[in-house]
Design a protein around this ligand. Sequence first.
Ligand SMILES: NC(=O)c1ccc[n+]([C@@H]2O[C@H](COP(=O)([O-])OP(=O)(O)OC[C@H]3O[C@@H](n4cnc5c(N)ncnc54)[C@H](O)[C@@H]3O)[C@@H](O)[C@H]2O)c1
Length: 356
Amino acid sequence: MNKKIAVLKGDGIGPEIVDEAIKVLNVVAEKFGHTFEYDYLDMGGCSIDKYGVPITDEAIERCKQSDSVLLGAVGGPKWDTCDPAVRPEKGLLKVRAELGLFANLRPTKMFKQLSSACPLKEECTENGIDLMIVRELTGGIYFGEHKTEGDTASDLMIYSESEIERIGRVGFETAMKRNKKLASVDKANVLDSSKLWRKIMHKLAEEYPEVEYRDVLVDNCAMQLIRNPGQFDVIVTENMFGDILSDEASMLTGSIGMMPSASLSETTLGMYEPIHGSAPDIAGKGIANPIGTILSAAMMLRYSFDMAKEADAIEQAVDAVLNENYRTIDIKSENLQEKIISCIEIGDKICDNIRK
Ligand SMILES: NC(=O)c1ccc[n+]([C@@H]2O[C@H](COP(=O)([O-])OP(=O)(O)OC[C@H]3O[C@@H](n4cnc5c(N)ncnc54)[C@H](O)[C@@H]3O)[C@@H](O)[C@H]2O)c1
């Protein structure tokens, strides 16, 4: 297969970690007989420096013309004092909106090799942690009217049936590809938008009888994620609840550098990026962990290109490299067997394992 990938390396450690993901994609292409063509574009602070805007219209157009988008991270102290209208994150919001990326998928997995980094007591993680949060990304309170009048402020949470059905379907389809368990998270005991959410989810549940479905109130979900995260397979929820719960869940693994994410549209065009930021404190030192970005590339193969065995090959290679005790410094533990290596060396080890 031939695929064109728009590449937004971004700022800080972005270029270092994306280079490793591309190295891995090239080994996958070689092994499985594909051709990946890369279109390198600027987004974030690097684009502000060159063009005065966090992303140009031309770069957006070229993303739209690609089969998918791979992103590193954007931002850094250099641009913290920019005019708020042209801050680096504005580029990210613009790409999401222009590409219609309405579904955010965030897997949270505790690698057994890194379990000592989990902040929970051992008895809470007996069932392991391997869950996927499907968050609605373009609706809800972040996009409703925000108003301040005198000493009163309000933010409007709006959802239409079609918006709920669209994300709900992603939740059910994701569950079908995993362990067929779906928790829909809402606040239907209080909010009308959640009552509508629940009604649509129940309708969809009839279409997916194989999926073990349940409703969970958001406050209970926040608690259950700490008490027994292993009970969850897929969680689907609206924008703000998903924002909060996905950050909570990512902390359970204790290793921000390991976690990938995908933002999907109604077509196969998606954007894939690690969940962390541009880590300016370690940029240019060669010590960044590229695994979150490499696993994001694996998600791209799985969700945008329908290349499941290629994605499996990357995920298995990551697992093998961790089993061989190779670590970047952020995931090092007290274990004396561990060998601390650089960003580039971790990329090389993963490539070697895919070639085997
Ligand atoms: N999607 C994005 O592009 C995105 C997301 C979050 C933050 N940001 C931006 O990134 C900048 C830094 O933000 P922050 O410091 O709050 O969050 P951050 O995620 O960049 O860093 C938090 C801590 O985790 C470490 N870290 C993060 N990723 C790592 C990796 N791959 N390997 C090793 N260590 C890693 C960093 O060194 C830092 O100590 C800010 O400008 C922020 O706006 C961008």
